[in-house]
Design a protein around this ligand. Structure first.
Ligand SMILES: CC(C)(COP(=O)(O)OP(=O)(O)OC[C@H]1O[C@@H](n2cnc3c(N)ncnc32)[C@H](O)[C@@H]1OP(=O)(O)O)[C@@H](O)C(=O)NCCC(=O)NCCS
Length: 187
């Protein structure tokens, strides 16, 4: 049996996505956030995307701890396999500029669980969550070397937005991607 779905703060039911027999995607529980943060750091480090001395490790670990976003996790019966976050627009957003826009943050799958389709269902789940929250335009930033992630983004319909590429620190350029959602808006 999978974990029971938890209703997020906005009252939108968590979406269950089967992978094999026992993997579901649901909202992270508050007590799971430290484990989620550690998983992100381990996944990024396993691919060399987070140098040991990087000051970004702390920020990556803490994403979502302020409650200003939907932290989703893919879980099987015993453990968290991966995670992704929908960050609603706010003044400090990386790419979203207005309330009907949002950023995807920190897609990560535990190194031992990669290559099984977990990343793909997490991305599908966060797109569905964005649509449920009436997001019209989803954005994300990715490092040029994150080839597996970019493969998943392109497969999901994201396209490059080169004029939104940006640099968090000198010498590092992040690639911007966007996806327009066909989301009905309130009249
Ligand atoms: C990106 C990541 C989340 C993917 O997780 P995953 O569970 O392995 O993903 P999936 O198994 O669902 O799919 C991986 C896809 O990438 C493809 N892929 C793997 N390595 C690749 C590479 N070097 N270049 C292109 N595609 C690649 C796989 O073939 C697969 O595609 P397919 O199903 O069409 O064959 C995982 O590799 C990860 O945590 N990486 C480190 C963190 C990261 O890069 N995050 C992105 C932040 S923007």
């Amino acid at each position: 049996m999978g974990h029971p779905p938890r209703l997020p703060s906005g009252g939108i039911p968590a979406r269950l996505c089967p992978l094999g027999n026992d993997v579901v995607v649901r909202d992270a529980q508050p007590g799971e956030l430290p484990e989620v943060g550690a998983l992100r750091v381990a996944a990024y480090r396993a691919h060399g995307f987070l140098p040991p001395a990087s000051v970004y490790a702390g920020a990556l670990r803490d994403l979502g701890a302020d409650g200003d976003g939907d932290v989703l996790v893919a879980v099987d019966e015993s453990q968290i396999l991966g995670t992704i976050m929908l960050e609603r627009w706010r003044p400090s957003s990386e790419l979203a500029c207005q309330p009907d826009e949002a950023d995807i943050r920190a897609l990560a799958v535990a190194p031992a669980a990669q290559g099984r389709g977990v990343g793909r269902i997490l991305l599908r789940a966060v797109i569905d969550r964005a649509a449920a929250r009436r997001v019209r335009h989803l954005f994300l930033s990715t490092q040029p070397a994150m080839a597996a992630a970019q493969h998943l983004y392109a497969a999901a319909g994201f396209t490059r937005i080169p004029d939104r590429d940006w640099s968090p620190v000198p010498g590092v350029t992040l690639l911007a991607y966007g996806l327009l959602l066909d989301t009905p808006q309130p009249k």
